[in-house]
Design a protein around this ligand. Structure first.
Ligand SMILES: [Zn+2]
Length: 271
């Protein structure tokens, strides 16, 4: 599932092709993603894109009076393609045909992604409204996170993946930032002291920024809008590395399940 860095890379790459350009019309080959594609998107006609933004794992296309909110689900990808590439595949569900010889194509093999039609006040959207702060913004800081961790009886990794507390951190970046911070993912949140939270917050920001710089992690389906893979997965320490040796201490990386999601850690480096 694309996490914050992957969605940020996608947003940054599609932006120059779409901003201030006109969506001539849409081709919707499959209306049934996680939710039905709204009729306003199916019938869109000559609408200018003012801006492209990201909030958490959502991409927002801002139009003059409305906005389109896109969630990539598990396997969704957005591609920029030339208009003369008329062929399409089984999983290419939506094309936004632009007036500048460009198509924004949405591809999603498992169809857990969705597109929503919203007013211009996209921040009031039911999904976006409940999101916690962006981890790369100043409002996400040690003081803020400690306020939650000091009273929570749940493992720290579960807390980090709660989008209402901080948005956009999933399995990969929760596992990796806990490794860098030498904190076990199973540690009960309230046992972490302020110093540990301080280190954790710094590492979360560090690792997200670094992944964006490397074009995100292409573990399974994620591709950049130019179909190239991201390169950050080559730098991972623990995620997906079960039974491999820890790059720091040569102990075998362990994989466990936490709330049905895989968690990876080094039992020697992390306490
Ligand atoms: Zn280790």
């Amino acid at each position: 599932m694309p996490e914050l860095p992957e969605v940020e890379v996608i947003k940054n790459m599609i932006k120059p092709y779409l901003e201030k350009k006109i969506i001539s019309y849409a081709i919707v080959r499959n209306k049934k993603l996680k939710y039905l594609i709204p009729r306003n998107i199916v019938n869109i006609h000559n609408q200018k894109i003012l801006n492209i933004k990201r909030r958490g794992r959502y991409i927002i296309i801002i139009l003059l009076y409305n906005s389109i909110i896109i969630h990539l689900g598990m396997t969704g990808n957005l591609f920029i393609i030339e208009k003369d590439m008329l062929s399409y595949g089984k999983h290419d569900h939506i094309d936004l045909i632009m007036d500048n010889n460009i198509i924004l194509r949405y591809t999603d093999s498992r169809k857990f992604g969705f597109w929503l039609w919203e007013t211009k006040n996209y921040k009031d959207n039911i999904f976006l409204k409940k999101l916690g702060p962006e981890p790369l913004k100043n409002e996400f800081n040690s003081k803020y996170l400690y306020k939650f961790t000091k009273k929570k009886n749940i493992p720290i990794k579960i807390l980090l993946m709660d989008n209402c507390i901080v948005t956009g951190i999933g399995n990969i970046y929760a596992s990796e930032s806990l490794f860098l911070s030498k904190i076990l993912p199973t540690r009960i949140s309230k046992t972490l002291n302020f110093k540990e939270i301080n280190i954790l917050v710094k590492n979360i920001k560090y690792i997200l920024n670094k992944s964006i710089k490397y074009g995100g992690s292409s573990i399974k389906d994620y591709r950049q809008p130019n179909r190239k893979i991201g390169n950050f997965h080559k730098l991972l320490f623990v995620y997906g590395k079960q039974n491999k040796l820890c790059k720091i201490c040569c102990t075998k990386i362990i994989k466990i399940k936490q709330r049905n999601r895989s968690t990876f850690f080094c039992s020697k480096c992390q306490i």
